[in-house]
Design a protein around this ligand. Structure first.
Ligand code: ASP
Length: 341
């Protein structure tokens, strides 16, 4: 069997930075020169090709960038065994969650990674993240990809991308997946948790590139007032709301609060309930404060992250789903983004 081939898509972020020798400020470096920056990459038994985008800070990444990544993978799908996407860490969980929904029935690894310290700095975490991400993207067993899904590799752990959140602006272990186990742990070897990895799909790849932007995230807080809450739900054109509630999906039971939600639902707005906690799930059956939301038609997001709920809504609304079909699709995992029990 020949070498595995991997396409390295570089979108920007800290990983692609190095100090300017004159000014000392961080500037992006030309990723086509990656072998000069990390000579040990040559020792990997992988055919590597680089596809550099104009580098951006991931705070500026949104649906246009997601679509560009999806199209790059689609256009190169048959030529490569796997894909590594280098991305800023700040919004990596959003982008990779979006990609997990956009690349339906993916049968090859798409591994997102980045770094907290620029690759051109001696103590960088980017070198290990990059090399291991490439190894994972190239890994095959009996001629088939070991991790046929969109994943995120950071600091010795491989996660299902749509389960991750960025948890730290300081620690090298910047990402967490609180509600789903790591797909692999990396020590001396790469130890895959095969039972946690997506099975190979039965259907061919289908790439969705139409996303709706008519969605908002509303994080409730103690002291929120009726005019503020109503204003958020009344933003023109909004069709979907990710409602970040307390604990197991609880929210105030004040008449105006429930009334504002009821009116929004009556106007055809979909509301999904996700918890502000970083682990655990929404269960609207436990308390009166959650039950009221369920009674008026708020959808339970169970243990989904805000990042996955938002991007899933963008995709489903963009695909033209509405009514019961939309609600049914929101309640079912599309690619392992939530647990059913
Ligand atoms: N601000 C950077 C970004 O997300 C941070 C990073 O890459 O770690 O693009």
């Amino acid at each position: 069997m020949g070498k595995s081939s991997v396409l390295l898509i570089y979108t920007g972020g800290t990983i692609g930075m190095k100090p300017d020798p004159v000014t000392g400020t961080l500037v992006p470096f030309d990723f086509n020169g990656i072998y000069d920056e990390i000579p040990s990459l040559r020792r990997l038994d992988v055919e590597l090709e680089v596809l550099p985008f104009e580098p951006i800070d991931s705070s500026n990444a949104g649906p246009e960038v997601w679509v560009r990544i999806a199209e790059s993978i689609r256009d190169n799908y048959d030529r490569f065994d796997g894909f590594v996407v280098l991305h800023g860490t700040d919004t990596m969980s959003y982008t990779s969650s979006a990609l997990s929904f956009m690349l339906q029935n993916i049968d090859k690894p798409v591994v997102f990674t980045g770094s907290q310290i620029p690759i051109g700095v001696l103590r960088t975490d980017g070198r290990e993240n990059l090399i291991t991400a490439i190894e994972i993207a190239a890994s095959k067993e009996n001629g088939r990809a070991v991790v046929p899904e969109v994943s995120l590799y950071f600091q010795n752990r491989l996660f299902r991308a749509n389960r991750t959140i960025k948890q730290s602006a300081e620690e090298l272990s910047a990402f967490a997946s609180q509600n789903y186990p790591a797909l692999a742990a990396v020590g001396v070897g790469i130890h895959y948790r095969h039972g946690a990895i997506m099975p190979h799909p039965q259907e061919p790849l289908k790439v969705h590139t139409t996303l709706s932007r008519d969605v908002i995230v509303v994080r409730i807080f103690p002291g929120i007032t009726e005019p503020v809450f109503r204003a958020m739900l009344s933003v023109e054109g909004v069709r979907g709301v990710v409602l970040e509630t307390y604990g197991a999906g609880n929210a105030p039971t004040f008449g105006w609060f429930i009334g504002a939600l009821e009116e929004a639902i009556a106007r055809g707005i979909y509301i999904i309930n996700v918890t502000q906690c970083t682990s655990g799930a929404v269960n609207m059956d436990i308390y009166e404060t959650g039950r009221r939301l369920q009674d008026i038609g708020v959808i339970s997001g169970r243990d989904i992250t805000t990042e996955a709920a938002l991007t899933k809504m963008m995709l489903l609304l963009g695909s033209g789903l509405s009514g019961e079909k939309f609600v049914g699709a929101m309640k079912q995992p599309l690619c392992g983004e939530m647990s059913l029990d």
